[in-house]
Design a protein around this ligand. Structure first.
Ligand code: ADP
Length: 626
């Protein structure tokens, strides 16, 4: 037979006997010492109010004083330990009679650890709910059976809930589904998601009122096992509306651009046809031996030639301004091109007794340009340097390899120079500056046209001048390697106005995939492909694309290495880059974004997501350019 005293001595619950008359402790078991830090001797005689400090405990003893003793079960209280810290307890108070005296027997268990957990979990849930409520997206959490566990208020605004207490998502969404243009598609999608608890999916749904939602769903996991599903509902109505407006604007622009092309083709034909007759017959009259006809014919021929030159220049300028000039970019031997120009302008220079000379650089000089258009630009600058020179002056052409990996071609003359005021008017069409020029033949289009050509070839134009000493006009264009015999005839045609994308990728199928997607869905984008890091970096410098899609593993270097090379170059550092990779580790993605990639697209590519990202990066890049 076990003695009852033994039970109380070894019981883990603290037991106190309190005299309700004076509220003093009259007995306690050893567990009280562990709980409260007092010895039993110290506890006995102590007022219970020294120990019980919770508000509810204070009220209890006040009630006892006012209305007499009463029993309570499993209520929470707060005790003060001898060293001052507080302990949460769950206690029961029973009333017993002993030797004619009433006693309150308090049994108390320490629940501080539970309280702390409760507090922590309340804090976590407050944080979670604040996070849920702070997002503009609707968030919904379901269990594996499709019963709603949690959702934020934003979701209630986006998805009208069914006014019943049924927790089933399918039932709750009745009202929402009724508004969907493709209700059965949505139901099938939900069925698919709940069929495979691990699947991660994104889909877009349109409502009859024209709102569009992008809904993404991912598994909710606990200790690696799926326990439900999370839905994130993003209202993309305004994005879609902007896209539609952009598409419409693009269609209008394409229409206008076609009208411009038609106009240019028409004008070119209409102006040149009668000129053909005028110039032809002028030559017939000029060939007439009789003196008067010969002279008159000569006048008509000269005026006609001038008119033809003017028409050609105006049409060229109009076509470049209409974005209609297609370029054939290639590696051009600059010295050979300059020599051709010098030959063509030799007669003009001899007439004025001007000396033409070129100081070739010590290294080979190749630039990335359209050879025919480069010649046109140089002819403009050289013929100006001759036309606006003093008699028996000189024109000196020099070349500099600049730090920004461009070649600068300087055309220096010994003419009258251009005043600072006049310099501000240069490069604007039809601006012929200075009085002396009025007697010199010209249209005022050459410099404006040359500037536009330099711009569309990713180059620049500029000048410096000193009155009565001379002027130096220069053009700067990207340097390029000498064409190897294998690709000597390889040229790259760039449609003016198109957004250019360079895709650096060694995998043939991935190349084809991106080319196909962009060709079919974004015909306005022009895509170039490089198979190696070296080729990619070279093409980036030559093409100066609007965007680079960069695979992260190439045979001759990593995406990071290529990115850093591009960032080191003054010209290519501004080109936005999107990383493309099969590696979807979050650290890998974070590293790439920290390095400076605008976005990270994981393979296999989600087409709509990839297109959205590409569109957005291009949009931001063109905003920065303007
Ligand atoms: P154009 O020579 O047909 O008038 P351009 O556009 O080539 O037209 O040049 C515009 C103007 O700039 C010229 O009319 C001239 O006043 C000035 N200009 C151009 N090049 C020179 C130069 N080398 N020296 C002095 N003035 C120049």
């Amino acid at each position: 037979m076990i003695a009852p005293q033994l039970l109380s001595d070894y019981c883990a619950t603290a037991i106190l006997a309190v005299n309700p008359q004076d509220e003093s402790i009259v007995a306690c078991n050893p567990a009280c010492e562990t709980l409260l830090g007092y010895t039993s001797a110290q506890l006995i005689g102590l007022k219970i109010s020294e120990i019980e400090v919770g508000l509810q405990d204070v009220f209890f003893w006040e009630d006892v004083r006012n209305s007499g003793v009463q029993e309570v079960f499993q209520v929470e209280g707060e005790y003060r330990h001898r060293n001052g810290h507080f302990i949460f307890v769950s206690k029961t108070i029973r009333i017993v009679q002993q030797d004619g005296q009433t006693l309150c027997i308090i049994s108390a268990n320490d629940i501080s650890a539970n309280k702390r957990l409760e507090d922590e979990s309340a804090r976590t849930s407050a944080l979670l709910s604040a996070t849920l409520e702070s997002t503009a997206d609707g968030i919904l959490v379901c269990d594996l059976n499709g019963n709603v566990i949690n959702y934020n208020h934003r979701l209630g605004q986006i998805w009208p809930w069914h006014a019943n207490n049924d927790p089933s998502l399918h039932r709750q969404l009745e009202e929402f589904k009724a508004q969907l243009c493709d209700r059965s598609g949505f139901e099938q999608w939900l069925a698919l998601l709940f069929h495979d608890p691990y699947i991660e999916e994104q889909n877009t749904f349109k409502l009859y009122d024209d709102r569009v939602f992008e809904i993404s769903s991912c598994p909710l996991q606990y200790r690696d096992a799926p326990i439900g599903r999370l839905f994130c509902v993003h209202d993309i109505s305004s994005l879609k509306a902007t896209e539609a407006a952009l598409r419409e604007a693009r269609d209008i622009a394409m229409h206008a651009s076609k009208a411009k092309s038609d106009f240019l083709a028409h004008m070119s034909h209409e102006l040149r046809t009668p000129l053909n007759a005028i110039l032809g017959f002028a030559q017939v009259i000029e060939a007439d031996e009789s003196a008067s006809n010969h002279i008159l014919g000569g006048y008509i021929h000269k005026a006609g030639q001038h008119l033809l030159g003017l028409i050609n220049e105006v049409l060229d300028l109009a076509s470049i301004e209409a974005g209609k000039m297609a370029l054939q970019l290639e590696s051009v031997d600059t010295i050979a091109c300059i020599n051709d120009c010098l030959q063509l302008t030799e007669v003009l220079s001899k007439d004025k007794g001007i000396t033409l000379q070129i100081t070739p650089p010590s290294e080979p000089c190749f630039i990335w340009a359209d050879g025919r258009r480069l010649k046109q630009m140089l002819l403009n600058l050289i013929s100006n340097a001759i036309k606006y020179n003093r008699p028996h002056g000189s024109v000196n052409i020099t070349l500099e390899h600049r730090q920004n990996e461009c070649w600068r071609i300087n055309v220096q003359d010994t003419g009258m120079g251009i005043s600072e005021d006049d310099q501000r008017q240069l490069f604007m069409a039809f601006n012929r500056v200075g009085n002396a020029q009025s007697s010199i033949e010209g249209t005022g289009i050459g410099l404006a046209f040359t500037k536009k050509l330099a711009q569309i070839m990713h180059g620049a134009i500029g000048m410096s001048s000193e009155l009565n000493v001379g002027s130096c006009f220069w053009i700067e264009l990207p340097a390029s390697a000498a064409p190897s015999p294998a690709n000597a005839h390889q040229t790259i045609a760039i449609s003016q106005g198109a957004q250019t994308i360079l895709y650096i990728e060694d995998d043939l199928l991935s190349q084809k995939l991106i080319q196909n997607i962009l060709a079919s869905q974004r015909p306005d984008y022009q895509v170039f492909v490089a198979k190696t890091a070296q080729e990619g970096i070279g093409l980036a410098k030559q093409l100066m694309p609007d965007l680079i899609l960069l695979d992260q593993q190439l045979p001759d270097g990593s995406g990071q290495m290529i990115f850093e090379q591009l960032r080191k170059n003054e010209r290519t550092r501004v080109i936005p880059c999107i990383a493309l990779s099969g590696n979807t580790l979050p650290e890998q993605i974070d590293d790439a974004l920290r390095l400076g990639f605008c976005a990270y697209l994981s393979k296999p590519i989600q087409i709509s997501q990839a297109l959205l990202t590409i569109d957005q990066v291009l949009r931001e890049h063109s905003k920065k350019k303007t």
